[in-house]
Design a protein around this ligand. Sequence first.
Ligand code: PMP
Length: 582
Amino acid sequence: MADLATYTQMLITTEEIFEEFEDLDTRDQSQYLLELGYDLPRFALEEQRECDLVHGCQSQVWLTARAEETSSDPVIEFRADSDAEIVRGLITVLLASYSGKTASEILRLPIIDVFTRLQLKQYISPQRHNGLQGMVDRIREIARRHAPCTAYTEPSPVQVQLHTDTVAQPATVYDTLAVRRHFPVLNQLLDDGLTPVFLDSGASAQKPQVVIDKEREVEEQYFANAYRGRYRFGARIDEELENARQKIATFISAESSRQIAFTSGTTATINAVAFGWGNAHVEEGDEILITEMEHHANFVPWQQLALQRNATLRFIPMTNDGRLDMNRLDDVLTKKTKVLSVCGMSNVLGTVNPITELAARAHDVGAIIVVDGAQSVPHQVTNVVADDVDFLIFSGHKLYGPTGVGILYGKADRLEETDPILFGGHMIDRVYRDHSTWAAPPARFEAGTLPIVQAIGLGAAVDWVTGIGLASIHEHEQRLLQTATEQLQRIPGLTIFGPSVDRKGAIISFRIDDVHPEDLAIMLDRRAVLTRHGHHCAMPLHDLLGVSGTTRASFAAYNTKDDVTALVSAVEYACDELKRRR
Ligand code: PMP
């Protein structure tokens, strides 16, 4: 113990650190933390042992401990070192707090109070925060091994929670025109003197000014790569990204922001789950269950996985009005099913699927459930815990956010058992010459440079949606859906595909006898009514419907009753024009 005791005596105490801090301004405090790092005794090269590395740290951190051998509640002395001076500063704070205390004192110590008093949030990035959590966990784990079992009952683990955010409160009244004013693209006069009636939000929603401003702010004021630099831009970017991650976690009621990975979009993410989870868990003879209403993004990856693994792709039968036939679910959901992957809302029919029930039924047979939330997350409140889904995936650009960013949510265990499919920087724990180990989620799924500006922009989009209130947006969209459906149905020869309004979201896909969907969409554009036509990346569904394509109008927070009127009158005009010319 002697050398360690001497080592502890060489260390500064927490009281001394507090005293120094109180006399310094913010910039000098940060410098002081670095200086603490310079003064910490360094490990000799032979002491930097692999087995003493603390995992989860961005830099190398070695930590050793020695406990008195005679006592039942021994004093534990810690030594630690790092290759980064700022981390050595943090280590000094940790050692001052923990080293030389008994095991039970260590376990009882409210370390968060020390961090709060030192206002560490200002000096350390979210990534460093994870490393700090890793060190605290290791110290407490050592103390737990030495603590007398009677002296201590374990409280919940210490969370070094330095980064938190408040969420805007929803407005009570839905003021459509006020909402619309947030969208510059909708408030312009086009060349032909019309204002756009944008009805293609199912493909990509427009962005409110706050999202555009946020992206611009990042680009103009502090852009840098993420999770790399300790200089001020880098630190700011890291913090902004972690804030966005937390906002998204809160938005879908995830337990932790560690369960949110930034990806490039829904398509990439479903592939990541299908092959990252599927390759490890789906075997020859197993079954993968999807539906015929899936977007190709949630269809083709599973089809290809089934082909590669010699598994069988099966489909939940559908009713004539475009819902899942839950009465026939047992025919296809069996003990052989390993994964059920289904959209929360169909991008063609608008059908809202009963996710909670599907999740429970999938779990009953030992399968996992993957939800393609590309359409559902922007239009209805999502609660991944209440729904008990294993994975939820969605894109930023349909949620009033930027393109190029998507989200992977997974239950903690599911993420742990998913292999990465993209390899490279940031996603590793250790790289050796002949093999590598992976970082903990979410970093494991974030190889390479992230869509940084887009992810931060998505955080702003989530704030915007939360500020209006997603439940209010949903109610507003459903009212528009109801009105549009009633009025369109009156047009002779017009067929709307999908279930009744109460079973669907605000998407209307329709056809008019003897009118090609593309011709119709072009005619609607003449009136600045912007709709989509074609198979909407859902060919198997269109095969089932017996049509090659449809025209689709999809609504969002900014659409108004006037937009509905414009749609209906433009469809009437287009029908007359197209039929007259024949
Ligand atoms: N799933 C559904 C239900 C969709 O509507 C879409 C986008 N049309 C996707 C997946 C694919 O999303 P992304 O293009 O953002 O990858």
